[in-house]
Design a protein around this ligand. Structure first.
Ligand code: NAD
Length: 308
């Protein structure tokens, strides 16, 4: 879809991926409105996209959501995103991710907006087949994964019964600037004390790490008509254990054999062993290829932080 001049709503636009997506959409000449309750966002994510209109609001505030102007496209990114939190607070997680998504779908139905829904690898649980394709099925092992399944199922229902133009994007593990993930956590620890690195979990969990710039490119491509009623895996298509990620960092920092890596015997409830996406469908149908290699990004980050 030609996004120039389009009126676009980004729910969760003040979050990590939402910030980068909003920036890209503005560059492409879209009129972007961010709708975010700021529960998990940084004020600078709004300030640094000054051309976007910002509305502080909750997707659970149905009246407010419905009173927003009409949009051509809605990117629905707002969510409760923390797996351990979802296990402690299943009802809150359900409200935001299931009911919240239903509310956003109602807004899209009222206005006949195109909708792109941010789903997750968590819908697959611990897949028996790796790399995992889109047709593997739903086997969530966390309340977060289940609430994303419910969101997806509502998207399917709205596609079939109301003819809404929806695309579901399942993200693997997205990293990049403004993200508080394992990469920044390890670098923070190593910056404080390079002699040791404590890993929470066994370190054997493996992740399909994909850069946010590549994800944003896919989100733009997925606005095209050919992606309507489709579901796509968005990952790098490779898998890296947390231990290997740590070793990759230590190598760049010239700390191999100098830093003591410790692990814990178990992980948290709802954690997944291995995420490894088959991304053939997004490659062939969307013409998307993730380009940024993890090691290159790590090197850039480490240089930026003046750690080498
Ligand atoms: N980052 C990843 O690796 C990853 C992986 C899989 C799926 N996803 C999905 O991508 C989307 C964006 O994730 P992110 O990493 O940018 O997370 P994030 O927490 O940085 O962004 C989510 C945003 O939604 C907002 N929000 C939360 N509840 C809200 C509510 N009730 N009403 C309005 N706004 C609300 C938060 O304030 C935050 O700004 C989410 O749907 C997430 O489930 C992310």
């Amino acid at each position: 879809m030609q996004l120039k001049g389009k009126k676009i709503l980004v729910t969760g636009g003040a979050g990590f991926i939402g910030f980068h997506l909003t920036r890209k959409l503005l560059e492409l000449g879209a009129e972007v409105t961010i709708y975010d309750n700021m529960s998990n966002s940084k004020p600078e994510n709004v300030k640094d996209n000054p051309k976007a209109k910002f509305i502080k609001g909750d997707i659970l505030d149905f009246k407010k959501l419905l009173s927003l102007p009409q949009f051509d496209v809605i990117y629905h990114l707002a969510a409760q995103v923390v797996v351990p939190y979802s296990m402690e607070n299943p009802a809150i997680d359900f409200e935001t991710n299931a009911r919240g998504t239903l509310n956003v779908l109602e807004k899209a139905r009222k206005d006949k907006s195109r909708l792109l829904f941010a789903s997750s690898a968590a819908v697959y649980g611990n897949p028996a087949i790796l790399p995992t394709t889109e047709d593997y099925g739903f086997h969530p092992v966390s309340c977060y994964g289940l609430s994303k399944v419910v969101g997806e199922e509502y998207c399917q229902m709205y596609t079939q019964q109301y003819g809404l133009n929806i695309t579901i994007l399942r993200f693997a593990n997205v990293y990049g600037s403004r993200c508080h993930g394992v990469i920044h956590d390890f670098l923070d620890k190593l910056q404080k004390d390079p002699s040791k690195l404590a890993i929470i979990g066994t370190g054997q969990q493996a992740r399909d790490l994909v850069n946010v710039a590549d994800i944003v490119e896919a989100l733009v491509l997925a606005s095209d008509e050919k992606a309507i009623s489709k579901t796509y895996n968005l990952g790098f298509g490779e898998t890296t254990t947390i231990i290997d990620l740590a070793k990759m960092m230590l190598k760049i920092l010239n700390l191999t054999n100098k830093t003591f890596i410790s692990t814990t015997s178990s992980s948290w409830q709802g954690d997944i062993n291995t995420i490894w996406f088959d991304i053939t469908k997004a490659k062939t149908e969307l013409g998307w290829t993730p380009k940024i290699r993890l090691e290159d990004h790590l090197r850039t980050l480490i240089v930026e932080r003046k750690m080498i």
